[in-house]
Design a protein around this ligand. Structure first.
Ligand SMILES: Nc1ncnc2c1ncn2[C@@H]1O[C@H](COP(=O)(O)OP(=O)(O)O)[C@@H](O)[C@H]1O
Ligand SMILES: [Mg+2]
Length: 344
């Protein structure tokens, strides 16, 4: 549905040229929810704005649904842009217009008759569960409701693609969850292809099928979300995973402080990552039964990503006997298909 080939983008600034996007190629499939994650300044917004050519790449190709639109004129682009909706962090609604009129704006441009527009807007408001808010102004709405209006407006012309630039970054966790749920429903019901820019790995974990991790204008890793979590290939990938769940607090403490008072400093800390079948093995009790190795669990969690289990444990391992070699137990853990990393 969306093919970006070798995109390069530079900006001229007062401080000189900024190389914002470096040789980025992405292939986003019809009907998928694709995440673009990275820290601020990584080039996420720029690359996503290249999809509807709000940003014109300096080189490379943009192919939408089989059509090479890279060199389209503004006039040709306006019809392509109708098939690509977009929502933003700060909603970008017109404050002086009602919810109804905000959604009506893109419809008016299509020349649709008034009665058809009313029907369409009524349906859209039902879809985003705001039927009772048609005639209020945006200032009377909560952040989550404003984003729902923005979503309804973005869907007004029945786009094939929805681009979301940090659409949940200004929202609290509960509202974020409800907006993500709505996006997932739209993806499933309308077979809408969705591209989500975020700096939060939890957003990627919750609804994306695949994701690209960006750093300094480059895609450093791109994979199925489950694979990104189970086998991160880059340091940046690992860092984002650490910030996606509750292991965040433990690992952050350990990394920033270097030591924790309640931990026996002489024992190494291991980070175990389980995926698939390995989650079904009673690993800790096997370690004790087979090797006489005890585990002090410092952190543990099993998450479900795309309905597949993904477990994490941080443990200190020690033998029943003083100075007992734990290497055979580590070997056993690896053999069980659990990835094992010594983190301290
Ligand atoms: N219109 C612009 N003019 C000049 N520099 C820009 C412009 N847009 C983005 N940049 C620069 O390009 C880089 C990538 O920005 P951006 O794509 O907004 O990153 P992200 O969305 O990941 O935070 C940054 O260094 C940013 O300052
Ligand atoms: Mg951005």
């Amino acid at each position: 549905m969306i093919k970006l080939e070798h995109i390069e983008k530079y900006f001229d600034t007062s401080k000189g040229k900024v190389h914002a996007v470096k040789d980025v190629s992405l292939n986003i499939k019809q009907g998928e929810i694709f995440g673009v994650i990275g820290f601020s300044g990584a080039g996420k917004s720029t690359i996503v704005r290249c999809i509807n050519l709000l940003e014109k790449p300096d080189s490379g190709k943009v192919i939408i649904d089989g059509e090479d639109i890279t060199d389209y004129s503004d006039k040709e682009l306006s019809s392509v842009r109708q098939s690509i909706g977009m929502i933003f962090q700060h909603f970008n609604l017109m404050p002086s217009r009602t919810v109804f009129d905000n959604i009506d704006m893109p419809l008016k441009r299509t020349g649709m008759k008034k009665e058809d527009r009313i029907k369409k807007i009524t349906k859209l408001l039902e879809l985003v569960e705001l039927s009772d808010k048609a005639y209020v102004h945006p200032s009377q709405l909560s952040g989550g409701q404003k984003q729902r209006v923005a979503i309804a407006r973005a869907l007004a012309c029945d786009p094939k693609i929805l681009l979301c630039d940090e659409a949940t970054s200004a929202l609290d966790p509960k509202t974020t969850a409800s907006i993500l749920k709505l996006l997932k429903t739209l993806n499933e019901q309308l077979k809408l292809t969705i591209v989500i820019i975020t700096h939060q790995m939890s957003v990627v974990k919750d609804i994306c099928h695949r994701a690209a991790i960006m750093e300094n204008g480059e895609v450093v890793e791109c994979n199925d979300v489950y694979e990104l979590f189970a086998n991160p290939k880059t340091e940046l990938g690992k860092k984002f995973i650490e910030t996606s769940g509750s292991s965040e607090n433990f690992l952050k403490l350990l990394h920033t402080k270097g030591k924790l008072e309640f931990i026996d400093e002489n024992l190494p800390v291991y980070h175990l990552t389980y995926t698939g079948n390995a989650t079904a093995i009673p690993l800790m009790s096997r370690l004790y039964a087979n090797f006489g190795i005890e585990a002090n669990i410092l952190y543990g969690n099993i998450d479900y990503i795309e309905e597949k289990p993904f477990g994490q444990l941080c443990v200190q391992l020690f033998g029943k006997e003083p100075n007992q070699d734990i290497e055979p137990a580590l070997e056993f853990i690896r053999k069980m298909g659990v990835s094992l990393e010594r983190i301290k």
